[in-house]
Ligand binder design. Sequence first.
Ligand code: FMN
Length: 188
Amino acid sequence: MKVLIVYDSVSPSKVTRMVAENIAEGLKEKGVEVDSVFVADADKAAVKNYDCLFVGAPTMAFRATGAIMQFLNDLPAAELSGKPAAAFDTQVKSRFSGNAAKGIDGKLRSLGFKMVAAPLTAFVDGKMKTNEWSLREGESEKTKQWALELAQALAKYNLSRHAEDAKRKRRHSREQQALKAQTSRGAL
Ligand SMILES: Cc1cc2nc3c(=O)[nH]c(=O)nc-3n(C[C@H](O)[C@H](O)[C@H](O)COP(=O)(O)O)c2cc1C
């Protein structure tokens, strides 16, 4: 299973990039192959070469950044429908924060992706004035934990996909045998 993480990160502190790196590290520890790419460097046509897509952005003006939404809008939905996906964001802990991850999650769903986990929010502390941000205490561990949940969800998804494949193959082989039997009896 090959996973692509696409993230945006705007401030000089690059907190969302750190979250993406944490997720990539957690997945790799579980043996998952991962590429993590900054949104400006992401190749939309290459997404189909991956089994799974995780997308994250900082929350700015209550929603995901324009760059990440543009990336999602430009994806070739028909080629990607049914692939597993999940969304994450960073945001300030406040009732008035908005939520980038929810918007990303909704967009991924509307493109036909199959969400394998609830969106992750990693809370940040910082100041608008200096634009310096850091993950709140405990949030780094939370992102690692989310990565482990993702790895489990992907393993389960893989198992059910293999079971489906095996079922399809068995059905096909039964049909072939029935056809052969009918042919040899001269029924066809
Ligand atoms: C112009 C601006 C607008 C922001 N708007 C929001 C917001 O609406 N809600 C929120 O929770 N955080 C907001 N933030 C804080 C960002 O979420 C924070 O800068 C971000 O998590 C840092 O991630 P990054 O280092 O990856 O860019 C804003 C920050 C800036 C500079």
